[in-house]
Design a binder for this molecule. Structure first.
Ligand code: ZN
Ligand code: ZN
Length: 592
């Protein structure tokens, strides 16, 4: 009887393993979550070959007695639900209680744990309990899972490349570290450290550990609240952006979640400060009454819904917008030197012999990376915020001295040298002018000497006919003219006389294409962006010093003089110090 029961359970575990243990990352996640539950303040994850050979998690948590250590691998060992917080976690993780049993059924497990000075050692192979013995007295738990899927070759084939396995584990650990700055984390692969945090509770330090010094010093601290939510965290200056949204991290009541609308709101707040298809680095902590969170959370995707979404989006939008607008956002031409970071070691996947020491014994000096540079980062940020408080102008006064390739203005002032992209600068000036004129309630119109006739497809014609009011509100005089055609007799006065024909056709195209979820702000914005480019000086156009001076003066008056409407930088700054450094005038004996 008993044997059959065990067989059944083994089979059930193996089947379940196929569902819950997909990747090395799911094993890491399960083990690390257990360590967090055990109230660990230090969690070290050691991988061999991206976890495909071995995953070892060592913590300093409360440990288990022998009975619990064996029971942990039973299929029906469910975690206790103590409070609402636990319920939230259960819904987020979905499969708790079965995971360890499943993992043990498809791997070789060695568990060393200790409670009240009594150590326990448990060995399991492919779900079979091999050994339960007295172990060393130690603090916390060490769990090693090796040769994952060794007894289920079909699953083994499904494992992705080492690089994919490692990057998904790294991604998980990075986010966990961001959500738990009070826990000291270590992640290594084949003895190369990938991530190390100091558990000091300082979120900026965690950001530094993950992204490096140059990103950390370009972060802006945010903090705000309304009746429903309290938010805090860091967002990057607009010049720091990445190709993926993956670096936009949202943490709700201490748990990492994903929410499309939040990311969208943040990205929109950065609109025209960076290219729309690039994404900032953000870590936003949201504190909220748990009852406001929708219970229908997707079990694995970490999606979350809020019942007061509008209130949250409004708070986030306002906070991010006010954090980045009104700042001096000059992009520096010379980046500060950066020490090689763990990130660079990630690709080193080759196994180089077995280590002399047991991994859990490796002592990790904290001082080397984090503390020294961190003081410098903090003082850089402080200096920048101090400047923001006391500065008189958004963009400093500067004087043109020449033009490179008819494209880049070289300008200077007492602080250093500036390169200004002529086209981008003009585009920004045009854009702000058009936006202002389009938004003005007293629009004047200009009659066309030769009315412009525009032929459309029947479908376009129908869409346009339904939306003629948009154009009429903008002071266009536009009428139907025969089959599928319209005639434009007057246009708003802000459209310059050059290229009128092109402008009008493009505006009509925009009306036809922005039909879905029409918003006048977005429409104006689109039209202004398009026209600002068309009416800006092209590259390779020589202009006089006087023209350059006028352009710089115009640019300096803009609300955001630092980016073209497409989010490209207008101005790159080289400080006197940077120039001296480039020419090795600093730190050298100048007399020679
Ligand atoms: Zn352009
Ligand atoms: Zn542009």
């Amino acid at each position: 009887m008993a044997v059959i029961k065990v067989m059944d359970e083994l089979l059930a575990n193996k089947i379940a393993a196929g569902e819950v243990v997909e990747r090395c990352a799911s094993v890491v996640k399960e083990l690390v979550e257990n360590s967090i539950d055990a109230k660990s303040t230090e969690i070290k994850v050691f991988l061999e070959d991206a976890g495909t050979r071995e995953i070892k998690v060592v913590d300093n948590g409360k440990g288990m007695d022998a009975t619990d250590a064996v029971l942990a691998f039973s299929r029906h060992a469910t975690s206790k639900i103590d409070d609402e917080e636990d319920l939230f976690r259960l819904q987020t993780l979905g499969f708790r209680g079965e995971a360890l049993a499943s993992i043990a059924s498809v791997s070789k497990v060695e568990l060393k744990t200790c409670q009240e000075d009594i150590g326990t050692l448990v060995l399991i192979n492919g779900g079979k309990l091999l050994k339960v013995d007295r172990g060393d007295a130690r603090v916390g738990t060490s769990m090693s899972v090796s040769e994952l899927f060794y007894n289920t070759p079909a699953r083994l084939k499904h494992m992705k490349s080492l690089y994919t396995e490692l990057s998904s584990i790294t991604d998980y650990m990075n986010k966990l570290a961001l959500s738990k700055p009070n826990i000291r984390f270590l992640l290594s692969n084949n003895d190369n450290i990938i991530l190390r945090t100091d558990g000091s509770g300082n979120l900026l330090k965690v950001i530094q550990s993950i992204y490096g010094n140059n990103v950390a010093r370009k972060m802006i601290r945010i903090e705000n609240e309304n009746a429903d939510y309290v938010i805090s965290g860091y967002i990057s200056l607009p010049e720091i952006h990445r190709s993926s949204r993956n670096n936009m991290v949202t943490i709700v009541n201490g748990r990492i979640v994903r929410n499309y609308e939040i990311n969208k709101a943040i990205n929109e707040a950065y609109h025209s400060y960076k290219p729309d298809n690039r994404y900032p680095i953000t870590v936003i902590n949201i504190e909220v009454d748990p009852s406001v969170i929708d219970v229908n959370i997707h079990p694995t995707k970490m999606d979350i819904k809020f019942s007061k979404m509008d209130s949250l989006i409004d708070l986030i939008s306002k906070t991010v917008t006010s954090a980045i607008t009104g700042r001096t956002l000059l992009v520096e031409g010379v980046k500060k030197e950066e020490k090689p970071k763990y990130e660079n070691m990630m690709l080193n996947l080759e196994r180089h012999g077995s280590s002399v020491k047991e991994p859990e014994e490796i002592e990790l000096p904290l001082d080397t990376l984090v503390t020294n540079d961190f003081e410098e980062i903090e003082s850089d940020i402080k200096e920048r915020e101090e400047y923001e408080k006391t500065k008189e102008e958004l963009m400093p006064e500067m004087w043109p001295v020449g033009l490179v390739h008819g494209t880049y203005i070289v300008a200077q002032n007492e602080k250093g040298m500036y390169l200004i992209d002529e086209h981008a600068a003009k585009e920004r000036c045009n854009y702000e002018r058009f936006m202002k004129q389009m938004g003005s309630p007293t629009l004047a119109s200009t009659a066309l000497l030769f009315p412009i006739m525009i032929e459309l497809s029947n479908e376009e014609f129908i869409i346009l006919k339904e939306n003629l009011d948009i154009l009429r509100n903008l002071k266009f005089k536009i009428e139907e003219f025969g089959i599928n055609s319209v005639i434009v007799k007057e246009h708003p006065a802000w459209i310059p006389s050059s290229n009128v024909d092109w402008d009008i056709r493009k505006i009509i195209e925009t009306v036809i294409n922005t039909q879905k979820e029409f918003s006048i702000e977005k429409f104006n914005e689109k039209v202004a962006t398009m026209m600002s480019c068309k009416h800006a000086i092209r590259a390779n156009t020589n202009i006089t010093l006087d023209d350059m001076e006028a352009l710089i003066e115009d640019l300096r008056k803009c609300k955001n003089p630092f980016n073209c409407p497409h989010g490209r930088p207008t101005t790159i700054f080289y400080s006197n110090y940077d120039l001296e450094k480039l020419f090795k005038r600093t730190g050298f004996d100048l007399k020679k």
